[in-house]
Design a protein around this ligand. Structure first.
Ligand SMILES: [Zn+2]
Length: 211
C-alpha cells in the first residue's frame, strides 16, 4: 500500500469509529459549525490544533502559516479573520507559536532563502524591535526561544490593530486575544500574553481606528 493510501484507510477507520460512538456525529457535522475559537498557528506538522487540545471537529476554526504570522496585507489571513469574527462570532482568538520553529530560526539567520525571506522578514522586524533584550541573552537557544515568544506577542498585537477586531470590540465583548507557545519537548502549551476584548491600551494610538 502506498503511504498516501494509508491516509485514506485511516480516514475510513476514523469515520467508522466516530459513527459507532455517536450515530448522529456526522449529521451534526454536516448541519453547520459554530466554533468558539479561531486558532492562528504555525504550519509545522508537529502543531495540529485539534490533536493537541483534544477537541472534536467543529470546535476550532483554524488558520496556519509559516511561523503563525498575522500580516496586515495577507488576504488569506484577513478573510479567515473576518469570517471568524463577523460570521462565526468566535469568542477567542489564539496565536499559537512553538519553540523550535523553523520560520523563526530562518529569520534569525542571514541565509538567502528566496520567497521565504519575504515572509520571515516580518519576524526580523520583531527581532530589531527587541534587539537589546535579545542580544543580552548569550545562550543562542534561549535567544531563539525568546524570539518565538516575542513573535507571538507581536502577532497578537497585530490582531488588535486590525479594523476587523476593533469593530467587533466596539459592538460587544469579544473576541479575547491570546498568545500561546507550544513546547514540543513536552507537548504542553504555555500562556504568554493576552489582550482582553476592548483593551486598546495594549496597542499604540496610531493603530486605533475611529470606529
Ligand atoms: Zn513553526
Amino acid at each position: 500500500m502506498k503511504k498516501y493510501d494509508q491516509l485514506l484507510e485511516s480516514n475510513k477507520a476514523w469515520a467508522k469509529a466516530q459513527a459507532e460512538a455517536d450515530p448522529t456525529f456526522f449529521e451534526k457535522m454536516a448541519a453547520g459549525q459554530s466554533p468558539e475559537f479561531l486558532w492562528i498557528g504555525c504550519a509545522d506538522s508537529r502543531a495540529p490544533a485539534d490533536k493537541i487540545t483534544q477537541t472534536d471537529p467543529g470546535s476550532i476554526f483554524v488558520h496556519r502559516n509559516v511561523a503563525n504570522l498575522v500580516v496586515h496585507t495577507d488576504m488569506n489571513m484577513l478573510a479567515v479573520l473576518q469570517y471568524a469574527v463577523e460570521h462565526l462570532h468566535v469568542k477567542h482568538i489564539m496565536v499559537v507559536g512553538h519553540y523550535g520553529c523553523g520560520g523563526v530560526k530562518a529569520a534569525m539567520s542571514n541565509a538567502e532563502l528566496g520567497l521565504i525571506n519575504k515572509w520571515v522578514r516580518n519576524i526580523k522586524d520583531v527581532y530589531v524591535d527587541h534587539k537589546k533584550e535579545l542580544e543580552a541573552i548569550t545562550n543562542e537557544d534561549d535567544r531563539f526561544d525568546r524570539l518565538v515568544e516575542l513573535n507571538v506577542v507581536q502577532q497578537v498585537k497585530n490582531l488588535a490593530e486590525t479594523s476587523i477586531v476593533q469593530k467587533a470590540w466596539k459592538k460587544g465583548d469579544y473576541p479575547h486575544l491570546h498568545g500561546w507557545v507550544l513546547e514540543l519537548k513536552t507537548g504542553t502549551i504555555k500562556k504568554i500574553y493576552e489582550i482582553e476584548a476592548g483593551e486598546l491600551d495594549e496597542i499604540d494610538p496610531i493603530y486605533r481606528f475611529d470606529i
